[in-house]
Design a binder for this molecule. Structure first.
Ligand SMILES: *Cc1c(COP(=O)(O)O)cnc(C)c1O
Length: 380
């Protein structure tokens, strides 16, 4: 991780707010993932941090990608286009999965030329894919338990287990090819049994499909949700990986390709937000700092990702509970009501926040005219 000195140097050079991205950490996270899940190909979920430089680092490390819109696809595709022709396939499945179960007609029309691998979870989508993207390969997205995830997804997507095989056979009957299954256990999943249950459920769907005459499924996509070590309560990744390995080796023969879509895990720990104190007041006896980054900007994850970020001072010394506000006029723009900071910080001093790589700048808005933090890349 970049040192405090580097953070201060970067803030001086680029001004604030900035988001400092350490590409060595991204490479380490990818290596950790591969080391503990050797059978699983990682498709980095671009939405976690859709920066082309981040995508390039992961591409060079050997990652594949989960995209959910044409702009995301194009960020990744640029790297594929630049590969030597002999290393390129005429399909993109080994590098990209389009993992949004609901796609607009126009998106499907555009996708078709790439012969993409796409997910689906309902009847209407089969008709749309048949009509607009018949070259696509399909993965059925299953609804699986999301208990204990910080961000729940099962209310919006996923076929119920009871209708799964009907949806597979219906797509096949329409002349499409169903390559396999996918699921998402919910983001920042600290309940590791969610993966175990979901893998077992997927196995039972594979079996039922076979029993009902369809045995062409050859991939299982275990989705995202791998927790970032935000604090010491998150159990080690190796423990989760072990559980997953045991289940996939027990239930799925080697010919079945296993994919995963880690977003947060790859980037959360790789970025540090640095902001500046631009105002200070004492309200109801409590010190309130106003900084130049907030919940409409890098700290948008407080709202959209149910995530809390800790602010730190570069200065040592006694700490007190303070409030930290963002820069906009909106009273919703509160970074923290209870941050432990020195009470005597002065205007112009810097604060920093670790683990700010996932779902932060990705959902930053230009609200109230305040521009997003500048992204600064180190060790690329
Ligand atoms: C958001 C998302 C991911 C990434 O989830 P993380 O929790 O960040 O790993 C993966 N797959 C799909 C389909 C998603 O929507």
């Amino acid at each position: 991780m970049v040192t405090q000195k580097v953070l201060q140097k970067m803030a001086k050079r680029h001004g604030t707010p900035i988001l400092v991205v350490d590409h060595d950490v991204i490479r380490q996270n990818y290596a950790t993932f591969k080391k503990h899940l050797p059978r699983v190909q990682a498709y980095y979920a671009v939405k976690a941090f859709a920066d082309p430089v981040v995508v390039k680092t992961l591409f060079d490390a050997g990652a594949s990608f989960d995209v959910a819109s044409m702009p995301e696809l194009k960020i990744v595709y640029k790297n594929i286009k630049e590969m030597p022709a002999k290393e390129r396939q005429d399909w993109i499945w080994d590098k990209i999965i389009y993992a949004h179960p609901i796609k607009a007609d126009k998106t499907l029309q555009e996708l078709n030329q790439y012969k993409p691998l796409v997910t689906y979870d309902n009847h209407e989508e089969i008709k749309k894919i048949k009509k607009y993207a018949p070259n696509a390969g399909l993965a059925l997205r299953l609804k699986v338990p999301n208990t204990g995830a910080m961000v729940e997804l099962s209310s919006k997507f996923g076929a119920a287990p009871g209708e799964a095989v009907d949806l597979i056979l219906e797509a096949v009957k329409a002349g499409l090819v169903v390559e396999g299954l996918s699921f998402h256990v919910g983001s920042q999943t600290t309940n590791f049994d969610n993966y175990v249950q979901a893998i077992n459920l997927a196995y039972s769907i594979f079996q039922e499909a076979k029993d009902r005459g369809y045995n062409k499924m050859n991939l299982l996509d275990i989705g995202g949700g791998f927790p970032a070590p935000y604090d010491s309560t998150v159990r080690p990744f190796s423990e989760l990986a072990h559980k997953i390995n045991v289940e996939i080796d027990r239930l799925f023969p080697k010919e079945i390709q296993i994919l995963a879509e880690p977003g947060r895990f790859m980037v959360a720990t790789a970025a540090t937000a640095v902001s500046k104190i631009i105002g200070k007041a004492v309200r109801d006896g409590k010190v309130c700092y106003y900084i130049d980054d907030g919940v409409y900007h890098t700290f948008s994850g407080i709202l959209f990702d149910h995530c809390q970020y800790h602010l730190n001072s570069f200065r040592k010394g006694a700490k007190q509970i303070c409030t930290v506000f963002g820069p906009t006029c909106d009273a919703l723009d509160v970074v923290s009501m209870s941050e432990e900071l020195p009470p005597n910080l002065e205007l112009g001093e810097l604060l920093y926040s670790n683990n700010a790589g996932a779902y932060t700048i990705a959902s930053s808005t230009p609200f109230n005219g305040f521009p997003p933090a500048k992204v600064v890349h180190v060790n690329r």
